[in-house]
Design a protein around this ligand. Structure first.
Ligand SMILES: [Zn+2]
Ligand SMILES: [Zn+2]
Length: 448
């Protein structure tokens, strides 16, 4: 949409009640989620994540959102609110939080993941742990974290009440009656919020082009169990380390199928210890040490490893190239991809699959058996949530423009209007959402 009127100076505009919204990442792209909400000159942020791009050479380029918009307009955030602990929502915190210089609010498990990333001996702003469904006051804003199911424990939508408007920021979510680990979506509270009224929903577009409903984590457990029982030699499963429900399922399946389970890869070991500290991985005997597991007969071994995206230095990449220090695969072993390919990683992953097949290793992926579930809502889930919340307007975020447009088109079929925001566009949410100004926007590459 083109601007029709002379643009008021941002400095005058943002002192009005609004509320205003601007994405500094996460709109028109996957990753680098950072969303700002303003009213009466006060600003808060939601999430602060990394963007990953893989280059032609197979390396990962890692970036964080630029804070140029804040510097240019002399905006000091008064709070940073975090929905959940995935890297695309918390990964930029170690790089940006000191400059943001504001207190951070999130749930206990997410807080632990954040703390574990912060360089010790540096001074960090205050980190406050929230309780879900207990609203907190933040100046002009009131914020309430609403539990939702996703692919990591303690995921939340956030209800913001500001300037007589009610905004629901969905975070990442799906509907799952059997998430296996973590709380169920707080349906009763969401229905109540819908009765009270939602002016604008700012929502996850990842799977909006897809018809149908989410696959439950319990169905994935059944699919993995069937697939693993059919295997003869070693079983290696690769999945996202933060999916504690998946790790829980694999430990149980190992026990039920006469195998022992072990973890390969630093991020899995780290997530296991964070999960245990918060009571999320309680299966017994759980995971045994790699040293111990390697001595058992092949048909009793179940390895969970990192590297589902084809990262050559991760455990699966090293197994494929035959230079893992603790394990060598043999013909007749099986690798299961309990994961989704993130676009851009096709080439490195194809290389790994060819190397595995060359060793006589069998491959089972999500196209061959129901062994993965996405953490994001397809259209049946969207329809259900929107029937509870009954939002008047939608701003689709967390996706490329194609996903955002599909999300808005689907919402329109439900009678919900809105607009597709791009990064840097200042959107006035006081009525029908409209773009009122543009702010500088970009990504800054970092070294890891
Ligand atoms: Zn996300
Ligand atoms: Zn997520």
């Amino acid at each position: 949409m083109e601007l029709r009127m002379p643009v008021p100076r941002f400095e005058q505009l943002h002192r009005q009640p609004g509320p205003f919204f601007v994405a500094l990442g996460g709109a028109g792209m996957f990753g680098a989620n950072l969303y700002l909400y303003g009213s009466g000159g006060q600003w808060i942020g939601i999430d602060c994540g990394l963007a990953l791009e893989s280059t032609a050479s197979g390396d990962n380029r890692v970036s964080v959102p630029s804070l140029e918009a804040l510097r240019k307009h002399d905006i000091q955030l008064s709070a940073l609110l975090i929905t959940h602990g995935h890297e695309d929502h918390i990964g930029a915190i170690p790089h940006l939080w000191r400059e943001l210089g504001c207190p951070l609010y999130t749930s206990p498990f997410t807080a632990q993941l954040i703390r574990s990333k912060l360089t010790p001996n540096l001074e960090w702003p205050a980190l406050h742990e929230i309780r879900p469904l207990q609203p907190i006051g933040l100046g002009n804003f009131q914020a309430e974290w609403i539990p939702v199911t996703h692919s990591i424990p303690e995921s939340h939508g956030i209800l913001l009440q500001v300037a007589d408007k009610r905004l629901y920021h969905s975070g990442d979510w799906k509907l799952d009656q059997q998430p296996l680990i973590g709380e169920l979506t707080a349906e009763a509270r969401l229905r109540a919020i819908g009765r009270e009224g939602v002016d604008v929903l700012i929502g996850d577009s990842t799977n909006a082009p897809n018809p149908g409903a989410s696959r439950s984590e319990a169905a994935v457990q059944d699919g993995l169990s069937d697939a693993i029982r059919s295997c003869q030699g070693r079983v290696v499963v690769t999945c996202f380390a933060s999916n504690l429900a998946r790790l829980h399922s694999l430990a149980e399946i190992a026990m039920d199928s006469g195998r022992h389970a072990g973890l390969l890869g630093r991020s899995l070991l780290r997530m296991q210890s964070h999960g245990r500290a918060h009571g999320y991985l309680r299966s017994r005997p759980g995971f045994i040490g790699a040293w111990e597991l390697g001595f058992l007969p092949r048909e009793q071994q179940l390895w969970v490893c990192t590297g589902s995206q084809g990262e050559p230095a991760a455990a699966l990449g090293r197994l494929a190239s035959g230079d893992h220090p603790q394990l060598a695969l043999e013909a007749g072993d099986t690798v299961l991809f309990s994961s989704r390919l993130i676009p851009g990683n096709e080439l490195p992953l194809q290389r790994i699959r060819e190397q595995l097949l060359g060793q006589g290793v069998q491959i089972i992926d999500d196209d061959m058996a129901p062994i993965h579930a996405s953490g994001h809502p397809p259209q049946d889930d969207l329809r259900q949530l929107y029937s509870w919340l009954r939002p008047r307007h939608l701003l689709p975020v967390h996706g490329e423009e194609y996903h955002q447009q599909a999300h808005l088109a689907f919402a329109r079929s439900l009678g919900i209007n809105g607009l597709v925001p791009a990064n840097g566009q200042l959107i006035d949410l006081s009525g029908q959402p409209c773009r009122v100004a543009d702010m500088p926007w970009g990504l800054v590459q970092i070294q890891r």
